[in-house]
Design a protein around this ligand. Structure first.
Ligand SMILES: *Cc1c(COP(=O)(O)O)cnc(C)c1O
Length: 237
């Protein structure tokens, strides 16, 4: 397993570097969150041996069981929908929450970060395509709530995240990535400060995302292979 993952990682890094070069960007400006939902701790250890340290999980419950079984120096991103009643655990287990999608959730996460004497980097998730099956802010609501979220003392807004609609043809979702970049620019204007992160692009579309400005790509299957069946079934909308 270890050699395969090291190979996939090198292959993905190469594709990212090529996509970044096409956009006149440096490959260093893009980092990979290795998405380990549905994968056992052994898969994570194999990626760690290949030099990887940043991982993503989409469920607090699964992360809570798995993270303690993994090496202690890793960085964990929460990338799935977060319910307010899981905010305390999310603050405890994750180094960044990429999926803040409402003011009430932000308030709750801020409260537990305060209790834990911790400042938490967050991304705001945007439902760019307005899909009813997906979580994430409507762009107008995001802009309306942005300053209130920014005023929460224990949260640091580092950028935006989106999950693009699924398509067999990655070129079709390019406008979604471009739009997220534009929304980020509107947020920067409103905040009067730069936002370094755009988390967009997954196994099927990360090259297009990098061409459109992604600084984080979240890669699961292209790195670890198909998820075990149970996790895949639980994946759906
Ligand atoms: C599962 C997941 C990914 C990774 O998906 P792959 O297609 O396996 O690369 C990325 N982002 C989120 C939010 C996910 O839930």
């Amino acid at each position: 397993m270890g050699a395969e993952i090291a190979q996939s990682l090198a292959f993905i890094r190469g594709r990212i570097a090529a996509a970044a070069a096409r956009a006149g960007r440096s490959a260093d400006s893009v980092s990979i969150v290795a998405v380990t939902k549905g994968q056992p701790p052994e898969a994570i250890r194999a990626a760690v041996e290949a030099g990887h340290t940043v991982f993503g999980e989409n469920r607090v419950q699964e992360a809570k069981a798995k993270i303690p079984l993994c090496p202690g120096h890793l960085h964990w991103h929460m990338i799935g929908h977060l319910q307010s009643n899981k905010a305390r655990d999310a603050v405890h287990f994750f180094d960044m929450v990429e999926s803040i999608d409402s003011l009430s959730l932000a308030v709750e996460v801020n409260k537990f970060a305060d209790k834990a004497a911790k400042t938490l980097p967050i991304l705001l998730e945007v439902n760019v395509a307005g899909e009813s099956s997906k979580f994430g802010y409507n762009p107008n609501t995001l802009l309306a709530q942005l300053l209130e979220i920014n005023a929460l003392p224990k949260l640091e807004i580092h950028g935006l995240m989106t999950v693009a609609p699924w398509s067999a043809e990655p070129e079709k979702v390019r406008p979604v990535f471009r739009k997220l970049r534009e929304i980020k620019e509107q947020c920067e204007q409103k905040l009067g400060a730069p936002l370094p992160y755009l988390s967009m692009g997954m196994s099927g579309d990360f090259e297009v995302a990098v061409e459109e400005g992604a600084t984080i790509v979240r890669i699961g299957t292209a790195l670890f292979g198909p998820r075990p069946k149970l996790a895949r079934e639980a994946d759906g909308p």
